[in-house]
Design a protein around this ligand. Structure first.
Ligand code: AHM
Ligand code: MG
Length: 342
């Protein structure tokens, strides 16, 4: 029987990749793995534990906060606060950054940005949801973490990953040396290496977009959707449309099978919907490490310099050929600034 490698064993083994590492990043990743198991347990008993549904509060994005969102947020913050490796946390659920206030955190090197439970509209209906995280080395020299520590372009990420609470629970992450996926074996309570060195197909055959917003999409995106639906034997079109409405789940499927996930600007959300720092950047880091591409439509996601914590961005992410096709069509059909101003 093949030897099972647990997440803990893998993290320790890979620590040697980082010269001068004192193990802080490894501990941070382990802490995230532990919080993920606790959230997994809660997600799985959500239907019977009376934690489904909305708390009635409205979060800083103006959306209703679901109970499991609050639970997951608390678990991740608690897990990241105890270890002393992280000096500040940014979460989709909190307007301001959370300063980790304990005796060792002022010396901590890292900050963590996360969306503790993404795809929250799917909680009530037993559909896959996820956690997304991104780890940066702080830029401030000492003392409490600062907002500026989070306003770094995605190229500066030290590690990033997600947990998918799906038909099984998986953790997928990168530290910039490839992408590895671990599946939780609930019988032993361990994440086990199940998807080593993940690579995404260069050409995909799936497009994932909320087509209900079609009339509000930029012209280039409309053209791309039509392109996906046309018949062409050489490129094996038409492509399949798949959309779960949980970014982690849609992303994960496309990562494995090949495809593109699109959340463009719309006339209602002119800056896009997804958040750059804790949704787009971590997935962009992973897809690039897996041989794919992530774009705002005209620029590499990882090179966008954030100016605010909860900044939104359009996102086109997945197989390289498909992302490049959307970029081409957007460029071709964008209205030149001078013409648009008339
Ligand atoms: P959330 O952070 O409030 O859960 O919103 C993010 C989610 C993504 O998971 C998903 O891709 C997108 O919103 C779906 O949005 P829409 O319902 O507009 O298609
Ligand atoms: Mg989210």
């Amino acid at each position: 029987m093949a030897q099972v490698k647990t997440l803990g064993e893998f993290i320790v083994e890979k620590q040697a990749d980082f010269q001068y590492s004192k193990g802080e990043l490894s501990r941070l990743l382990s802490d995230i793995g532990i919080a993920a198991k606790i959230v997994h347990r809660e997600v799985n008993k959500a239907g019977i534990a009376d934690i489904l549904g909305e708390t009635g509060d409205v979060n800083i994005q103006g959306e209703n906060v679901k109970k499991l969102d609050v639970y997951a947020n608390n678990q991740f913050i608690a897990a990241l606060s105890v270890g002393g490796e992280c000096c500040a946390i940014a979460s989709e659920e909190n307007e301001e950054i959370i300063i980790v206030d304990n005796s060792v955190s002022a010396a901590a090197k890292y900050v963590v940005a996360l969306d503790p439970l993404d795809g929250s509209s799917n909680i009530d209906v037993n559909v896959s949801i996820g956690t997304i995280f991104s780890i940066y080395r702080r830029t401030s020299l000492s003392g409490p973490g600062t907002l500026e520590d989070f306003l770094q372009p995605g190229t500066e990420q030290v590690a990033a990953g997600y947990i998918l609470y799906g038909s099984s629970t998986m953790m997928v992450y990168t530290t910039g040396k490839g992408v590895n996926g671990f599946t939780l074996d609930p019988s032993i309570g361990e994440f086990c290496l199940s998807h080593p060195n993940m690579q995404t197909p260069k050409k995909g055959k799936i497009y994932s977009i909320n087509e209900g917003n079609y009339v509000h999409f930029p012209e280039g995106v409309k053209k791309f959707i039509k392109y996906c639906q046309e018949e062409d034997a050489a490129t094996e079109r038409p492509y399949s449309s798949r959309y779960i409405g949980s970014a982690v789940a849609d992303f994960h499927r496309n990562l494995i099978k090949g495809g593109v996930f699109l959340y463009p600007t719309t006339s209602a959300s002119p800056k896009g919907k997804l958040r750059l720092i804790y949704e787009c950047n971590p997935m962009a880091f992973i897809i690039e490490q897996a041989g794919g591409k992530a774009s705002t439509g005209s620029k590499r996601i990882l090179e966008v310099v954030p100016t605010s914590l909860h900044q939104r961005s359009p996102l086109f992410i997945g197989s390289k050929d498909m992302v490049e096709k959307v970029e081409d069509l957007i460029a071709k059909h964008s209205i030149p600034a001078a013409k648009a101003a008339k």
